[in-house]
Each structure stands twice: as structure tokens, then as C-alpha cells.
Design a protein around this ligand. Structure first.
Ligand SMILES: Cc1cc2nc3c(=O)[nH]c(=O)nc-3n(C[C@H](O)[C@H](O)[C@H](O)COP(=O)(O)O)c2cc1C
Length: 209
């Protein structure tokens, strides 16, 4: 039931809730994301963790952001090292995602060996076979409730095997992404002022160049 003075949104098809953690978690599970492994340290000091709360924040200057739980081993280690690397996982790297999301995983050399992609400019290990890897030096750390937000200045970008397509996380699992673009559908949204074909024509113009 809506609170007093609040509009009843059921007629619009909404099932409304207040500030409900499990519901927020459930609805955010509907939002598909890519998957990364964030690493810091070097060799025996390696630490890594699976993360999807990553954002490319700014292009000028180049800034990136990773959200890491305060209790995660990686959190303290990034603060000590002052840098991190983000490997963007490819479709065939579900195993690596599961490994680095497991509390029982190893740190140190064993973690670095599991990643197997060498060490970047910051010294952080990279995941071999990933689509790409981005390295950052810490610019600022912002408190974010039970997480910390690590804003990083991008110092290196490594292109890997983009042809495999991304690993996708959706509703708690890793569905296969059908990569055939449905161009007709992608632009077919309704804009009540300009008409529905605005974006479709932009896409086809871009393709022609
Ligand atoms: C797909 C996926 C994405 C995740 N994203 C994040 C994230 O962005 N930030 C985070 O702190 N934990 C995230 N986690 C959870 C951590 O990987 C997991 O809880 C890990 O065990 C935490 O490290 P710890 O074992 O050192 O506590 C994610 C897990 C999965 C499976």
C-alpha cells in the first residue's frame, strides 16, 4: 500500500517498496554487467577480487572507479599499494570470476599464477585472455557505506583478446551473450517529440563511415 500522500503507482504497473536492501539487490540483479578481476600488489604480495562495480568516470582527465567492500582483503591492500589493475573478463573466463569471488581463494604467487597475464606498469598482475586491462594509481578514496570507492588516475590501458566477447553477469549467473547485433531493434525506441527512428538513422550513418 502506498504511504499517505504518495501516489498509488500500481495502475502504472509498479510494485513499489521503500528502502529495502534485498529488493534493491534483486532489482539490480536484473541489470546485466560485465565482470572484472581487480588486482593490486606484485608477486607474493598479489591480491585479487572479482568486481562488477566499476565505472569509467572521466575522459579528461582519465579517471576510473572501483567499489570494494570494506571487509574484502583487496580493500586494505589497495590502500597500502596505492594502485590497482582491472582486467575485463572475456566470455570464456567464468572460472576465473568464480575463483576470485571465492573467500577461500589464494593470495600471493598462487593468485598471480592463476591470472597468468604478467605484471603491468603499476606492478599489478593482469589476467591473461581478458578483453583488456586498465591500470590506475589512486587519486582519492571516498567512503561509500559498507564499501570504499577507489577513484584512480588511469596510467595504462592494455588491449587483449576482444574477439571473444565479454563475460556477462545477470540475475546471479553468467548467461551467454548473443553477439549478433539486432540493428533494427536497437534504435526502435519511441520519442514522442522527434519520432522513433532518430537513433536508428544515427547508428546506420555511423556504420557507413
Ligand atoms: C560477478 C560478481 C561481481 C562482484 N562485484 C563486487 C564488487 O564490485 N565489489 C565488491 O566489493 N565485491 C564484489 N563481488 C564479491 C566479491 O568478489 C567476493 O565477496 C569476495 O570474496 C570478497 O573478497 P574477500 O573474500 O576478500 O572478502 C562480486 C562478486 C561477483 C560474483
Amino acid at each position: 500500500m502506498p504511504a499517505e500522500g504518495e501516489q498509488d503507482l500500481r495502475e502504472y504497473g509498479w510494485e513499489s517498496h521503500g528502502a529495502d536492501g534485498p529488493v534493491l539487490r534483486e532489482v539490480m540483479g536484473l541489470f546485466p554487467t560485465g565482470v572484472t578481476v581487480v588486482t593490486t600488489g606484485h608477486g607474493e604480495e598479489t591480491e585479487g577480487m572479482t568486481a562488477n562495480a566499476v565505472i569509467s568516470v572521466s575522459l579528461d582527465p582519465l579517471l576510473f572507479l572501483v567499489s570494494v567492500h570494506k571487509d574484502a582483503r583487496l580493500n586494505q591492500r589497495i590502500k597500502e599499494e596505492g594502485y590497482y589493475a582491472v582486467s575485463l573478463l572475456a566470455a570464456d573466463q567464468e572460472g576465473l570470476s568464480r575463483l576470485f569471488a571465492s573467500p577461500e581463494r589464494s593470495s600471493g604467487l598462487q593468485a598471480a599464477n592463476s591470472l597468468g597475464g604478467g605484471y603491468g606498469r603499476t606492478g599489478a598482475p593482469l589476467a591473461t585472455g581478458a578483453l583488456a586491462a586498465i591500470e590506475c594509481e589512486i587519486e582519492a578514496v571516498y567512503p561509500g557505506g559498507d564499501h570504499d570507492l577507489f577513484l584512480g588516475r588511469v596510467v595504462a590501458v592494455h588491449k587483449g583478446d576482444a574477439g571473444k566477447g565479454p563475460l556477462v553477469f545477470h540475475e546471479g549467473s553468467y548467461p551467454a551473450l548473443h553477439s549478433t547485433p539486432r540493428l533494427g531493434d536497437s534504435g526502435a525506441f519511441m520519442d514522442s517529440v522527434r519520432g522513433f527512428d532518430v537513433r536508428t538513422s544515427r547508428i546506420s550513418n555511423r556504420k557507413r563511415r
